[in-house]
Each structure stands twice: as structure tokens, then as C-alpha cells.
Design a protein around this ligand. Structure first.
Ligand SMILES: [Zn+2]
Length: 446
């Protein structure tokens, strides 16, 4: 007898080339059968008119902080509400300092699963490097490599770098760390050194790390790096170099034409208006300066007084974001990040927005392509036992109504959950049904 059967939905499982009306049987937390027959089950849910997908896997996200032994479910809860069952977090160089402590506070207490990367900047700080603009000495680098090795042993799936945020990182330092990642078979993800017209050198530097070490590369949130007139050239350059040199490169991107980062970040160091042109298109999400920045004086004052405040910069070209998201190398990554519950709508809306717009409304991608970019591609890349409805696999499942699926989160109200997500299962247990969150404790660190 099955524990649960999801009947009559359009099952879409790109990893197994399945796209047909089937019943999905679940037993002991795993997929037991995909069948056109009906088997007895303790519970059944009719999914007619709905798409039954593997739970979405977010290729690039951030994690809620561990504070005093506790993790507030903020990013993770917004993920669950849009059908994401696994987040790849620890991105842009910033990850938990103590993986075992983070796992202990996470397992069985959070709404979705998480895979973590080690963070280059986090490890730099742990090993005593305080100055983001300065290179590290040999002894510090040796300690960093040792720390990274320990974190990879503790379960990190690779390493993230926030090169933009830590300009003192040299090619030598990055290659030494990348070589450790390569030994463990992990992924090296990077928010590269520059954006807009700086992107060409930044991509070349990142590819050079792959060339020298053979590590698998992941270019983070390419929309916010190259959607200023450079995207076509960058994508074709990556394709050409990867083909010619055997480099293993993937990309992630979120479906918005505005980026989000703290106002104190190096992104806004001297000369940033050469790249983004107009300070009045930058919006603060928090505090007394909340809203669009009227002029440079206010920008500089806010940056001095509250470097931690998040900004939304409405400066990217949407057609270039489309180009990135429809490219075969690209997977969906929300880049969800929040401060005091405020931030960019991508944390609550990226997945619904991507599928609704790119697959169902504008038909830029097939259903199979859209679901692959939101499930198996990231799972495969990061070595996770998720992203497919194969028999015997963990029953993380998302059921949605393709006619109703729509993101509701906006820049004014970034926390609103999407419409159209009918059912989310983690390990065969119902976490969300008809918009109502039933369980928030099913997640674990993968
Ligand atoms: Zn980043």
C-alpha cells in the first residue's frame, strides 16, 4: 500500500525524459511508482490540470543567518511558498563560519533542504584577513586552504567567491583555493570581479582559474553582471572558450532587471556611475532613506551611516536577462537575500515568475527546458540526490497550476508569495497545500 498517490497530473521529469499524464505513488518518503494504473494508497490527491514536477532546486541562493543557536526561517520560507524544496546557499563568498553548528541548528527546524558552499570571504576572515582590498600572506593562505579542506570534508559542495566584494583576492590565492575544490570534485561559483564594461576581464580571470586547476565553474547571477550591453558577447565568449579548451562552465541567473546589494558594498566604490549611469534608479529598501535615492548627497550620506542597508538598482536591460535565461548553460538561481525581512522580490517570486513568463506566457522555453532549469540541472551540477521523480528518489515534489502560476512579489511588496502553487512535498510529507503552509520543519542540510 502506498502512503500517498498524486493522480492525473501532467508529470514532467526532464531527467528521465518523462512528460505525460501519470499517477505518482509515494512510499516511505520516496517515489515508489510512476504509473497509469491506480494503486491503493492511504491518501490520494487529484492533480488533474496541474503539472507535477520535482521540487524546484535553486542553483544560487543565500541562507538565513545563525544567531545565538537559532536560524530565523525567512529566505527558506519564501522558497517553500514558491515550490522550491532545495536551496544551494553560501554564495558570493559569504557562508556559515561553522558548518556543523549551522547543520545542528538547521536540520528538522527549517522548511526546505539546503546544500551549502563554503565561502571564500568567510574563510579569509576566519583565518585573520581583515582588509578586503589587500592580498593575504602565504601563512594565511595555507590556513585558508586547510579550513576549506575541513569544510569540504564537513559536507560543503564547493566554494563560492565574491571577488567583486573582496578586491584584494589575487589570481594565485584563488587558484590555490580552487585546487582544493578540484581535489574534492566540488564546484567553484563566483560573483566575478567586475560588471558592465568590466565584465570581459572579470570573466577571463574566472576562466583562467578553470584553465589552471581544472575545477568546474559556475558564473553567478550573470544578469546583474552583463545585462548592460555585454550579454551576447559574454555568452558567446564563454561558449567558444569552453568548447576550445574543455572548460566546464555553468551559469545562473534570476528573472529580473534590477539587482540587489548592500549600499556599503564595493559595487558602489568610486566610479560606479560610469557603469550604472544614474543614481536616481537606485532604491533603498530600509531605514530613513527608504525609497528611490534623489541625488548623490543622499546616496553618500546613507552609505556612510548605514553600509548594511540593501539597495535595489533598477539598471539592467531586460532583453539581455532573457538572453541569459534562455541560454543552454544557464540555470535558475533566485539569489534570494534579505535584511530584516526586506529586500528584492526574487526571494519570494523568482521561480513562479520564471516559469510563468518564460514557459507559459512568452513561450521562450519549452516546459521541459523550463523544468530542467529549475530542477535537475542544478541538482546534477551540485551532486544532490534531488531534482528528479525517478523511482526510489526522495519524494520532493511540487504541483502547480500552469494557468494560475504567477509571482506576486513586487519591489513595493517583496514578500508576497506566488499564486498557483498547489502542493509541495518534502520527503513525501505535505509541507504546503493550497497556499497554506502545513509544515516548516522538514528541511535538512544535504
Ligand atoms: Zn553575488
Amino acid at each position: 500500500m502506498l502512503d500517498l498517490i498524486l493522480k492525473n497530473g501532467l508529470v514532467c521529469d526532464p531527467a528521465n525524459s518523462i512528460q505525460s499524464i501519470l499517477n505518482v505513488g509515494i512510499r516511505n518518503g520516496r517515489i515508489a511508482c510512476l504509473t497509469s494504473e491506480s494503486f491503493p494508497a492511504a491518501a490520494e490527491i487529484d492533480c488533474a490540470g496541474h503539472i507535477v514536477s520535482p521540487g524546484f532546486v535553486d542553483a544560487h541562493s543565500h541562507e538565513d543567518d545563525l544567531r545565538a543557536g537559532h536560524i530565523e526561517a525567512d529566505i527558506t520560507l519564501r522558497a517553500l511558498r514558491q515550490g522550491v524544496t532545495t536551496l544551494v546557499a553560501g554564495n558570493c563568498g559569504d557562508a556559515p563560519r561553522d558548518l556543523p553548528a549551522y547543520c545542528a541548528a538547521y536540520d528538522g527546524k527549517q522548511p526546505v533542504n539546503m546544500a551549502l558552499l563554503a565561502g571564500h570571504t568567510t574563510i579569509r576572515r576566519l583565518c585573520g584577513a581583515r582588509n578586503k582590498y589587500a592580498p593575504v600572506d602565504e601563512a594565511t593562505l595555507a590556513a585558508m586552504c586547510e579550513t576549506l579542506e575541513r569544510q569540504l570534508t564537513e559536507g560543503a559542495k564547493g566554494l563560492s567567491m565574491g571577488i567583486r566584494y573582496e578586491p584584494g583576492m589575487t589570481l594565485g590565492e584563488m587558484c590555490a583555493m580552487a585546487a582544493v575544490v578540484k581535489r574534492f570534485g566540488g564546484v567553484l561559483a563566483a560573483h566575478v570581479r567586475g560588471d558592465a564594461f568590466e565584465i570581459y576581464d572579470a570573466i577571463e580571470e574566472f576562466l583562467e582559474i578553470g584553465r589552471r586547476t581544472g575545477v568546474r565553474l559556475q558564473i553567478s547571477h550573470i544578469g546583474s553582471m552583463a545585462a548592460y550591453g555585454q550579454m551576447a558577447e559574454v555568452l558567446s565568449y564563454v561558449d567558444r572558450r569552453a568548447a576550445a579548451e574543455g572548460l566546464d562552465v555553468r551559469i545562473d541567473c534570476y528573472p529580473y532587471d534590477a539587482f540587489c546589494t548592500s549600499i556599503g558594498a564595493t559595487t558602489y566604490d568610486d566610479g560606479f556611475l560610469d557603469r550604472y549611469h544614474d543614481v536616481t534608479r537606485i532604491e533603498l529598501t530600509d531605514g530613513e532613506y527608504k525609497g528611490f535615492i534623489p541625488n548623490m548627497e543622499v546616496f553618500e550620506k546613507a552609505r556612510r551611516e548605514h553600509p548594511e542597508y540593501l539597495t535595489i538598482a533598477h539598471v539592467m536591460n531586460g532583453a539581455e536577462v532573457d538572453m541569459a535565461l534562455t541560454h543552454p548553460r544557464t540555470m535558475l538561481g533566485s539569489d534570494g537575500v534579505l535584511l530584516n525581512g526586506a529586500g528584492h522580490p526574487r526571494a519570494a517570486g523568482a521561480f513562479a515568475r520564471f516559469l510563468a513568463q518564460y514557459v507559459f506566457e512568452r513561450k521562450l522555453l519549452s516546459l521541459n527546458e523550463g523544468i530542467a532549469k529549475t530542477t535537475c540541472e542544478a541538482a546534477t551540477r551540485f551532486g544532490l540526490d534531488r531534482g528528479t521523480l525517478g523511482i526510489g528518489r526522495a519524494a520532493d515534489v511540487t504541483v502547480f497550476d500552469p494557468k494560475r502560476l504567477k509571482d506576486k512579489a513586487t519591489f513595493a511588496e517583496p514578500a508576497l508569495p506566488p499564486e498557483g502553487v498547489r502542493l509541495v512535498l518534502l520527503g513525501g510529507v505535505i509541507a504546503l497545500q493550497d497556499g497554506e503552509v502545513l509544515r516548516t520543519d522538514l528541511g535538512k542540510i544535504l
